[in-house]
Design a protein around this ligand. Structure first.
Ligand SMILES: NC(=O)c1ccc[n+]([C@@H]2O[C@H](COP(=O)([O-])OP(=O)(O)OC[C@H]3O[C@@H](n4cnc5c(N)ncnc54)[C@H](OP(=O)(O)O)[C@@H]3O)[C@@H](O)[C@H]2O)c1
Length: 305
């Protein structure tokens, strides 16, 4: 069977519709556990990893690089990383980006980064300078394409306008905070992505575990994720009920349903989701082949309104 892939427009890159997140690698997930998670993702058909130089100040990138090398898998995988949050190279000044990209390449161990995101907007640097620096990295062959994370819609549009006016390589992907219980993306950024044909990789796709259905009260939130506690309440209960129903209909986990809902949304290319164990990875990769019915999609959307 042909692998399941979605195109990132105008790049030639083809990615599995679930992007594996690397935040915990080398931090809460040690190297051996991370390797098990990465092996499970690869066995499930995955080829798309997300990391950042800010995750453990390079620790996550180092684990990803070591794994790619040990599995001789650099050519098989599409690698996304980000700049702007490393403690020694914060922000988007040109000299920081130039130093950061080389450091990321060294840690990742390949000859190019496939999607290189600005991790956050840095309004202390003129956007034209940031756009020029990223574009020069494409020209230098260090990165294949440009991505933008955590930017407001009008700033993404401004970058695209500058790129067009200055004949620069333009961003082709965005990584916004978007999931079944965080839907502000749909208001403005979603319209920009649709109009400009951007690839969209929503992060915290499982709302830090809340959408996996394992956090249903304050005690469980304490054990799994304090962050997920913010979704507890009437609306959260409605969402969990809709997830439970669809999960039981298809004999899959709630995390699979939550990701399948995102994959089915207009503009979404590949949600970014994390896993601590190979068992959890199975729930993520299954989302690529789960077709929710129109009624299930509507019920999930209505529950989270
Ligand atoms: N661009 C940005 O600014 C930004 C910000 C945040 C994140 N991200 C990206 O998004 C990625 C994902 O974020 P995340 O891992 O923090 O959050 P997430 O994907 O929303 O949630 C992951 C958590 O869900 C739980 N989970 C997953 N599958 C499960 C299953 N089958 N059953 C039960 N629980 C399950 C696990 O929690 P337990 O560990 O409690 O079991 C896991 O750690 C990051 O790695 C990063 O690449 C980007």
């Amino acid at each position: 069977m042909a692998p399941i892939r979605r195109a990132i427009a105008s790049t030639g890159l083809e990615v599995f519709p679930v992007n594996l997140g690397g935040t915990p690698f080398g931090r809460s997930t040690d190297r051996q556990q991370a390797f098990e998670v990465l092996d499970a993702y690869r066995s499930g058909g995955g080829n798309f990893l997300d990391t950042a130089d800010g995750y453990g100040d390079g620790a996550s990138e180092s684990v990803v690089g070591a794994w790619l090398t040990s599995r001789a898998a650099h050519d098989e995988f599409v690698i996304a990383t980000k700049v702007g949050k490393h403690s020694q190279l914060p922000g988007l000044r040109r000299e920081n980006i130039l130093a950061a990209v080389d450091a990321s390449l060294r840690r990742l161990g390949g000859d190019r980064i496939d999607v290189y995101y600005a991790h956050y907007d840095d309004e202390s640097v003129p956007l034209a300078d940031v756009a020029g620096t990223f574009s020069s990295l494409v020209d230098a062959g260090k990165i294949v394409s440009i991505g933008v994370s955590n930017f407001r819609a009008e700033r993404v549009e401004e970058w695209l306008r500058i790129a067009q006016d200055e004949h620069l390589h333009a961003p082709v992907a965005i990584q916004p905070h978007y999931n079944l219980v965080e839907r502000a993306y749909e208001d403005e950024l979603g319209a920009v992505a649709a109009k400009q044909g951007l690839a969209v990789m929503p992060y915290w796709a499982l709302a830090s575990g809340f959408l996996a259905g394992v956090v249903r009260n304050a005690t469980q939130a304490e054990k799994h994720s304090e962050f997920a506690a913010r979704y507890l309440g009437e609306r959260g209960d409605r969402v969990l009920e809709a997830l439970d129903t669809a999960a039981s209909n298809h004999h899959v986990t709630q995390s699979t349903v939550a990701l399948a809902w995102l994959i089915a949304q207009p503009t979404v290319t590949a949600p970014v989701a994390g896993a601590r164990t190979p068992e959890q990875v199975a729930g993520l990769v299954e989302a690529a082949t789960l077709d929710l019915t129109p009624e299930e999609l509507d019920a999930l959307s209505a529950a989270s309104r």
